[in-house]
Design a protein around this ligand. Structure first.
Ligand code: SF4
Length: 345
């Protein structure tokens, strides 16, 4: 008698493994990697190869169920949205590139919907992100709202879409229970504050790209956090791991980690401080010939002003910095310094 039970018991996990093996995730940072772990993002920004033991071809059942729901639900949601009079455009799973902190970061958002007020003609747009979760996670969303790392991801899509010339005034999450279909919808405004936060996040990630291991993290390692267990850099990050188990706590008490974390934070802050000074000087040089007034761009509106005073730039350092970026030093403005004020989102 043919044993169909054995056949299917073997085939089901094999189907998940095949799906995963056909879906290699190349190294490198994408918009979905802006959170939750700064160190993991820094490894990706540095194009770090995955740990040799990392099993990217595992079953990843939960992720595949989430993908299946996306594939089924998003086109139907787009169809439903398109039926409303104020909706002028819906894009599903559209690729997007965010330019921030001199970096180009690719991504693919779930859904973008553009609306036009039928009376005033005013337009707005929203990036919608579907997150399939377990029941306990849905309860957490109800109590505390979306987590910050999820917000960075959608704000990255939103800014990328805005940079591509589309209006984006809001972002939305649809958190959906993977078992019951119950959902929680959260809509947030998207403006200058959110755009600046995502740019700062990108800058922070890349400031750690030359030493990703120094990037601070709140995650507690593969013994205590599933995200570390599925991370492709676990062994680099937690070199004490032996045979898949960490003896980190046996090697040293919590104090050791505390000191290492504080040292990493100190090093990271020093790197950011140096980078921020250079970035500010370069940006000021680019503004040296800008006339006073208001300027509107995809990130928001900024007021440029000049106040009498002594020019603070170090001329030699500034010339060297500009030469690095193939720029020439603009005409010197003596006895006045620059003011830049962010006005609106
Ligand atoms: S192992 Fe954990 S802490 Fe280390 S980079 Fe990966 S997710 Fe972050």
């Amino acid at each position: 008698m043919l044993d169909f039970s054995t056949l299917l018991t073997r085939a089901v996990p094999e189907a998940f493994r095949r799906a995963s093996a056909n879906d290699p995730h190349p190294p490198g940072l994408s918009l979905s990697g802006l959170g939750p772990c700064l160190r993991q993002a820094a490894f990706q920004a540095a194009n770090t190869p995955y740990d040799p033991e990392h099993d990217d071809g595992g079953e990843k059942r939960s992720a595949w169920l989430g993908t299946a729901i996306h594939l089924w639900f998003l086109p139907i949601l787009a169809e439903a949205l398109s039926g409303y009079g104020e909706v002028v455009e819906v894009l599903v799973e559209d690729p997007i590139t965010l330019t921030a902190a001199s970096q180009q970061i690719p991504g693919r958002h779930d859904l973008y919907v553009r609306v036009r007020d039928t009376e005033t003609g005013e337009e707005g747009g929203c990036i919608v992100d579907l997150k399939t979760v377990k029941e306990w996670a849905l309860g957490k969303i109800v109590s505390y709202g979306p987590e910050e790392h999820q917000e960075w991801q959608v704000d990255g899509y939103a800014l990328g879409r805005r940079q591509a010339g589309y209006p984006v005034t809001a972002t939305a999450f649809i958190h959906m229970d993977r078992a019951t279909g119950e959902d929680v919808i959260t809509v947030r405004p998207f403006g200058q504050r959110e755009a600046m936060a995502v740019i700062e996040r990108v800058r922070l990630i890349y400031s750690h790209a030359d030493q990703p291991l120094w990037a601070p993290t709140d995650l507690l390692g593969p013994d205590l956090d599933w995200r570390c267990r599925s991370c492709p850099f676990t062994r680099r990050c937690w070199p004490e791991i032996t045979d898949g188990r960490s003896n980190h706590h046996a090697i040293d008490p919590a104090k050791r980690r505390e000191i290492a974390d504080a040292a990493a934070e100190y090093t990271a802050a020093r790197t950011r401080e140096t980078q921020a000074k250079a970035d500010k000087q370069l940006a000021a040089a680019k503004l040296a010939d800008a006339k006073s007034g208001s300027y509107k761009g995809p990130i928001g509106t900024f007021k440029i002003g000049r106040i009498p005073g002594k020019e603070i730039d170090d001329p030699e350092a500034l010339s060297a910095l500009l030469a690095e970026h193939d720029l020439t030093r603009p005409k010197k403005r003596s006895k006045e310094s620059l003011t830049v004020t962010a006005i609106t989102g």
